[in-house]
Design a protein around this ligand. Structure first.
Ligand SMILES: [Zn+2]
Length: 82
């Protein structure tokens, strides 16, 4: 699954993930461990790679595990369908 969708960001910077997501998250350079939101989390504090929109708590977002890009809802959906 090269482009992973996350339903809801926990905070503006971090979202807790399950162990199944740690491998692609690490491949993307976005895995963080021992964070305030959980044992494993993805970092998304840098905004969408295309439009620079920042992710807020509660937003859905995407991570491209091949490039490491963070993508907002609109651009993640677009890249998935390309
Ligand atoms: Zn975007």
């Amino acid at each position: 699954m090269p482009i992973i969708r996350f339903e809801e960001a926990d905070t503006a910077n971090l979202t807790a993930v399950g162990e199944g997501i740690t491998r692609p998250a690490r491949a993307a350079g976005r895995l963080r461990t021992g964070t305030p939101v959980g044992k494993y989390a993805v970092y998304h504090g840098d905004g969408c790679a295309v439009c620079q929109t920042e992710i807020s708590a509660g937003d859905s977002f995407y991570i491209d595990s091949e490039t490491g890009d963070l993508l907002c809802e609109a651009h993640g959906r677009q890249r998935r369908s390309d």
